[in-house]
Design a protein around this ligand. Structure first.
Ligand SMILES: CC(C)(COP(=O)(O)OP(=O)(O)OC[C@H]1O[C@@H](n2cnc3c(N)ncnc32)[C@H](O)[C@@H]1OP(=O)(O)O)[C@@H](O)C(=O)NCCC(=O)NCCS
Length: 178
């Protein structure tokens, strides 16, 4: 996948699958976003993937027909990372799970909507998925609003899904039937 899309604000967003050379910039991006919200499964310094591991993962991305991992760039800077992994076994191969993060200074420009729409299209048309799932922390209103507007519905809740500094947070399970 490689696309260039003009956002509603006029910014030009490039969406593509990363190369091995993107591994360090992606880790730098993850460092930034990990301290910008409490809505991810990791905080600052908690991502736990080495440069070597990231490079190795990226070196096989383009031949990976089951999962998709994309970066969004504005003027060459990574502003979004998103991926969808799908089930390996026959009974689970129809479903995928989506994740997304956008750098805070670019929130509300339509990047999340644009990138998720591309991944949903990939899931539906290329990978022939019949279901996409995700989990979102209760209170993450921009994300929940975005998911609902893309057709996702709430399917259940996991109590104590997150624990941050001794406080528990509920996770909302959302799904999109294709
Ligand atoms: C959630 C996230 C990916 C959205 O990315 P984004 O590029 O800002 O998304 P968009 O601009 O496409 O859409 C945001 C929508 O939320 C809406 N929104 C913003 N603040 C909101 C709020 N407090 N309550 C409800 N909706 C809100 C915007 O109006 C927009 O909706 P619209 O297109 O109908 O106007 C981004 O905020 C993010 O990375 N957050 C931190 C990490 C995270 O939470 N990831 C998701 C984990 S499940």
């Amino acid at each position: 996948m490689k696309k260039s899309i003009t956002l509603k604000s006029g910014l030009q967003l490039e969406i593509r699958i990363p190369n091995v050379e993107d591994a360090q910039p992606v880790l730098n991006f993850i460092d930034i976003i990990s301290s910008e919200s409490d809505n991810l499964t990791f905080g600052p310094g908690e991502f736990g993937i080495s440069l070597e591991k990231e490079k190795n993962y990226f070196s096989h991305l383009k031949e990976n027909k089951d999962n998709i991992f994309v970066i969004g760039l504005i003027d060459g800077e990574i502003v979004c990372v998103s991926d969808m992994s799908t089930g390996k076994r026959k009974r689970m191969r129809h479903a995928g799970e989506i994740h997304i993060s956008v750098q805070k200074k670019y929130w509300n420009h339509g990047i999340g909507r644009t990138v998720l729409s591309e991944l949903i299209k990939w899931g539906k048309e290329i990978r022939k998925l019949r279901k996409i799932d995700l989990q979102v922390k209760e209170g993450n209103d921009p994300a929940i609003h975005l998911y609902i507007s893309l057709g996702f519905q709430e399917e259940g809740r996991i109590s104590r899904g997150y624990q941050i500094d001794g406080k528990f947070y509920t996770l909302i399970c959302m799904g999109l039937e294709l």
